[in-house]
Design a protein around this ligand. Structure first.
Ligand code: PLP
Length: 453
């Protein structure tokens, strides 16, 4: 541990996570028990999560110490570099300075291990032997597979079937790290069997896979479920990104006017932005923008409502922007952005107009991503390309207004395992997709009759 201390010191890694609940200006709607309509207590969550993480989920302490065992794992890839995108700036020819955090340097290639190693650690300490989870594009499943292996836990991953088929390489990463990866809907759970009976060719969705992973652990005292986004403790673990960025920017005398990140469940966006949102709550004049795809426009077209986190209606009711738990998004390639809901904290901040949301089509996203690769070199994850599209738009606005802007965004992961999506784009097979209003209204019928926030 002596050498770990020296390295932590040398690299100036933050030793605490930041909990935005301590600074929330208005109270949030609590998660509700679907049976009673009352706020859920820690006991309700105990079959699903270990108690130490449940405590983190509800705490309003501002700063949470990062355990030394977790910091030691972070040292493998943290702090992540903060770069200035000078060549991309030149291409855009706008009065902007663009900075980005490169979260693609972690072993699985995204921001996700920031919470995966923390969750594996807390489960291990609590005496858990096996974790079960869902994964969309496979980034979360691969991050948790690696983290479980680091702490000696077994790992079972239900992978959304369309991604399982489109992305064999992530499945192979999970298997290499020793996890059991299962296409969802599967015949391993009642929920999966029911969906397959109704629709054998179901492409799956994150909501379905979550239901299967939860069903898989309930009743097994040595197993717990793990979620890669959405929940408060997950966003908390990701704040290491923004805390590092603040230190790195301070060193060069910069502070952003605009902070951006793509948002699926909201974790990478929150991780980068929450330390800056804290400044905004305390009076700083900045814009904070969550970017989503037009094919799954939760924040920009969904209502703020109570809804289940999963299709089988097993989770507590969360107050969030949602497209309805029955929503099955079109199989666009940015698998990580295909979730019907959004983190309750992100949703609350949008509702209170502290942060804002914008949506971009996948064609715009890939156009921006290819420009990025041809100037900055790094090939981005399809999810990340949505954030880059928003950066392009922000630069164009700055140019029109003739106003300088410093933009900071989260480069949430690399796209080296997503090249089939680039193939589809480069060969003209990717199509524009506008989600019809009727489809939103159809899916929203599933929340009729639920309590209202
Ligand atoms: C999973 C993922 C996302 C979306 O998830 P969030 O919880 O919203 O961050 C975005 N980018 C990458 C690279 C991902 O792996």
């Amino acid at each position: 541990m002596e050498q770990v201390k020296v390295l932590l010191e040398e690299r100036e890694i933050p030793r605490q996570w930041y909990n935005i609940l301590a600074d929330m200006p208005t109270p949030m709607n609590p998660p509700l028990h679907p049976g009673t309509g009352q706020p859920v207590g820690p006991g309700d969550l105990a079959p699903i999560f270990p108690m130490n993480l449940i405590e983190q989920e509800v705490t309003t302490e501002r700063w949470i110490d990062i355990p030394e065992e977790v910091l030691e794992k972070y040292l493998l890839w943290r702090p992540t570099p903060l770069y200035r995108a000078r060549n991309f700036e030149k291409l855009l020819d706008a009065p902007v300075r663009i900075y980005y955090k490169n979260e693609g340097v972690s072993p699985p290639g995204s921001h996700k291990p920031n919470t995966a190693v923390a969750q594996a650690y807390y489960n291990k300490v609590f005496g858990i032997k096996r974790l079960s989870t869902e994964t969309g594009a496979g980034q979360w499943g691969s991050a948790l597979s690696m983290a479980c292996r680091m702490f000696g836990l077994e790992c079972r991953v239900f992978m959304v079937k369309v991604s399982y088929e489109q992305k064999p390489y992530r499945r192979l990463m999970m298997m290499t790290w020793g996890a059991d990866c299962i296409p969802s809907p599967s015949d391993r759970t009642e929920m999966g069997r029911k969906i397959l009976a109704e629709r054998p060719d179901s492409p799956g969705s994150l909501g379905i896979a979550i239901s299967e992973a939860i069903e898989d652990v309930v009743g097994d005292e040595t197993a717990r479920y793990s979620l890669g986004s959405v929940l408060n403790h997950v966003l908390l673990h990701q704040t290491i990104i923004g805390l590092e960025a603040q230190k790195q920017l301070e060193k060069i005398g910069e502070y952003p006017d605009v902070v951006m990140g793509c948002a699926g469940g909201g974790s990478n966006f929150s991780g980068l932005s929450f330390p800056f949102v804290r400044d905004k709550i305390h009076g700083k004049d900045i814009s904070v923008v969550a970017v989503e795809p037009t094919s799954c426009p939760t924040l920009t077209r969904g209502p703020f409502a109570y809804d289940f986190g999963d299709t089988a209606r097993t989770t507590p009711l969360l107050a969030m922007y949602t497209l309805g738990h029955d929503f099955v998004p079109a199989p666009i390639h940015a698998g990580g952005l295909r979730y019907h809901g959004m983190a309750p904290i992100v949703s609350h901040l949008v509702k209170e107009q502290i942060i804002e949301a914008r949506a971009f089509d996948q064609i715009e996203a890939f156009e921006a991503g290819v420009k990025w690769a041809r100037t900055e070199g790094f090939i981005s994850a399809p999810e990340t390309n949505h954030a880059i599209a928003a950066v392009v738009q922000e630069a164009e606005r700055a140019k029109e207004e003739g106003k300088e802007r410093v933009i900071l965004f989260n480069w949430s992961g690399h796209g080296l395992v997503d090249l089939s999506a680039y193939d589809a784009y480069l060969s003209g097979k990717l199509t524009q997709f506008e989600l019809p209003e009727e489809e939103i209204q159809r899916a929203l019928k599933s929340i009729d009759g639920l309590p209202k926030p």
